[in-house]
Write a protein that binds this ligand. Structure first.
Ligand SMILES: [Zn+2]
Length: 304
């Protein structure tokens, strides 16, 4: 047993001899929204095929993920298969509102009914597991304080926790252009989509870490937003490699949100989709950081 006085010296020695081993491990939870049907599929591809590939990539990378259900989108055997494959892999599901309803375009009453309408299917698919996690569609959590407080109280009465987001790189915007470019056989554009996806993921991870340090004065456990779209069938593997390279371990959602950063929901109304950092900044009245130029316009035009 080394004496306590020797410990700083040994820690310094460990840093010098093995910098990689000494890098602190960080935690991230992966969440996939819009099960069973997000975006268009390339010709000849089924959603269940895609789901099997995403699940296989997660398993190969030793990673877990949390799925968020819109039961209204279940339309036929392929969609049922998506959910069966997801659940048979032991992956959990939570509530993303029955019809993916936008709280900012609907009344609180209608929204509450949409949350409840999703529960029967969640109970069927998760009979013994905890499905009481809620992910707001479009990350729209209430554009007025009155609405926000009402829905927060409603969710909490029904036993839900809100699934936050700290890392989002707009993966939702890639799946439709990917389907279009695949349909055209435009390999150059497909390659551009893949490299852009990974570069945007890399930058968003770095930005999220910097924002956490700025807002909390430390590293926090993160929650990454993804969607069950077809480009993720090929990108889950490189994304997991990127997270490993960035010193992240993929953990269950509940474990990530045990971090004290998630202990309290900020009491703010934000007129647009908001990450946890947007909420905390609004509460602390801090300005939004400078954003990079968005790739969204280019994605929207690609392979038209
Ligand atoms: Zn969604």
């Amino acid at each position: 047993m080394p004496s306590t006085r020797a410990l700083p010296f040994l820690a310094a020695l460990a840093l010098l001899t093995s910098p990689a081993a000494a890098a602190p491990r960080l935690k991230v939870a992966l969440t996939f929204d819009d099960l069973p049907a997000h975006g268009t599929m390339p010709p000849g591809r089924t959603r269940s095929q895609m789901t099997k590939e995403i699940v296989a990539a997660l398993r190969a990378g030793g990673a877990t993920a949390f799925g968020f259900l819109n039961a209204k989108a279940i339309d036929g055997a392929d969609d049922e298969d998506v959910l069966r494959v997801w659940r048979e892999a032991g992956l959990p599901l939570g509530n993303h509102a029955f019809s993916h309803m936008d709280l900012h375009k609907n009344t609180a009453e209608a929204f509450e009914q949409d949350v409840v309408a999703n529960e029967e299917t969640l109970q069927r698919l998760m009979p013994r597991e905890d499905w009481r996690w809620f992910r707001f569609p479009y990350l729209n959590m209430g554009d007025t304080l009155e609405k926000r407080r009402r829905i927060e109280a409603f969710l909490s009465r029904r036993g839900y926790r809100v699934a936050e987001v700290t890392i989002s790189f707009n993966d939702w915007a890639y799946h439709d252009p990917y389907a279009r470019c695949r349909a055209r056989g435009d390999r150059q554009s497909v390659d551009w989509l893949k490299s852009t996806y990974l570069e945007e993921a890399r930058q968003s991870v770095d930005e999220a870490r910097a924002e956490a340090r700025e807002l909390y004065g430390r590293e926090i456990a993160h929650v990454m937003l993804l969607h069950l779209g077809d480009l993720n069938a090929v990108m889950t593997k490189p994304l997991l490699a990127l997270l490993r390279e960035k010193s992240f371990d993929v953990v269950p959602l509940a474990e990530a949100q045990r971090d004290a950063a998630y202990a309290e929901r900020p009491d703010v109304a934000i007129p647009h989709g908001a990450t946890l950092f947007d909420e905390v900044r609004a509460q602390k009245q801090r300005p939004a950081p400078q954003r990079r130029e968005s790739v969204l316009p280019r994605l929207a035009e690609l392979c038209r």
